[in-house]
Ligand binder design. Structure first.
Ligand SMILES: [Fe+2]
Length: 275
C-alpha cells in the first residue's frame, strides 16, 4: 500500500507506479476465497485441496426470512478455548445468568451429543421453564413458561450453526410443532490468528417479529453482552494456562462434546501434515 503496488487475484504484481518494468519476484501468496452470504471463506492450505462444498450453509446471514446484526470480536486466546466454550452450554446458567442463560436447571440438562465426519452435534431441551433473560425482556414472553431448545453443529475447523428457540410450554415443540415460537439461527466462525489470538465472527438472527427493529436491537445487545461474559472467562482460562501449562486436567461429563471436537481437530491437523 505504501508505494501503491497493484496485484491481481493470482498474487502477481501488475502495476508499479514509478516504473514500467515489473520484476517477476514482485508477487504475494494468493489464497482461494469464496464469498457467500456476506462472509468470505478463505482456504489457507494447499490450494488444490480447497473444496467449496465443505463451506457450511449460513444463508440465515442473508435471507429475507431472518433478521440479525453481524458482530466481531478479537480474542487474546487460542481458538480451541472458544470452541470448548461453544460445545459446553452448561456454562449458560452461570456465565450468562442475566443475559443468554437463565436458571441453574439449564446446566443440569444432559445433552444428546452425536459425532459425524466433520462436526459434532449437541441437542439440549429445557422443558417448562422461564424464558432466557433476553427473551423475558420482550412483552410477549415475559412471565410465560416455555419449552426451549438449542440444537447446533460445530463444524471443522470451528464454525457453529445453531437452531435455537422457545415455544409456549405444552404446545408440542419437542415433537416438532413450533407454534407461536421465537426462533433463532446463530452462525459463529472462530478463526485462529496466532497460537494465542483469534478472530470471532458471529450473527444471531431472529425468524419472528421481522418488522420490529427493537427485537433485532435487543438481540444484538444481549448477544454482545453474553459474548463479552464468555470472553472474560476464556481470557482468564488462557492466562491460567499460560501460568500453569502443566496443570493436570480433570475431565467431566460436560466435556463430552468438546473432547470429541478436539479429537476431530487433532486428526484433521495430523491428516493435513501427513505426506
Ligand atoms: Fe457462552
Amino acid at each position: 500500500m505504501y508505494h501503491g503496488l497493484l496485484f491481481d487475484t493470482s498474487g502477481k504484481c501488475v502495476e508499479i507506479p514509478s516504473q514500467e518494468f515489473i520484476p517477476p519476484a514482485a508477487k504475494v501468496r494468493a489464497y482461494p476465497v469464496v464469498e457467500r452470504f456476506k462472509w468470505v471463506w478463505i482456504w489457507m492450505g494447499e490450494p488444490d485441496k480447497a473444496d467449496p462444498s465443505l463451506i457450511p450453509d449460513t444463508h440465515y446471514l442473508d435471507d429475507a426470512g431472518w433478521r440479525g446484526t453481524p458482530g466481531y470480536m478479537h480474542y487474546a486466546a487460542n481458538y480451541l478455548l472458544i470452541t470448548d466454550n461453544l460445545l459446553d452450554f452448561s456454562h449458560l446458567s452461570y456465565v450468562h445468568e442475566t443475559t443468554l442463560g437463565g436458571s441453574s436447571k439449564y446446566a443440569g440438562i444432559r445433552p444428546k451429543v452425536t459425532r459425524s465426519g466433520h462436526s459434532v452435534r449437541v441437542e439440549r431441551w429445557l422443558i417448562d421453564d422461564e424464558p432466557a433473560p433476553f427473551l423475558s425482556k420482550l412483552k410477549t414472553w415475559h412471565g410465560k413458561n416455555v419449552d426451549r431448545w438449542n440444537i447446533y453443529d460445530v463444524v471443522l475447523p470451528g464454525v457453529l450453526l445453531m437452531d435455537s428457540g422457545s415455544a409456549p410450554t405444552g404446545t408440542g415443540a419437542p415433537s416438532g410443532d413450533r407454534i407461536d415460537a421465537a426462533q433463532f439461527f446463530g452462525c459463529q466462525a472462530v478463526t485462529p490468528e496466532t497460537v494465542n489470538t483469534s478472530h470471532y465472527f458471529f450473527q444471531q438472527s431472529h425468524g419472528f417479529a421481522l418488522d420490529d427493529p427493537s427485537v433485532t436491537e435487543n438481540l444484538r445487545q444481549s448477544v454482545l453482552a453474553g459474548f463479552e461474559e464468555d470472553r472474560d472467562i476464556i481470557l482468564a482460562q488462557q492466562r491460567t494456562l499460560d501460568l500453569t501449562p502443566h496443570a493436570p486436567m480433570l475431565a467431566m461429563r460436560m466435556d463430552t462434546a468438546l473432547a470429541s471436537f478436539r479429537t476431530m481437530v487433532e486428526k484433521a491437523i495430523a491428516d493435513e501434515r501427513a505426506p
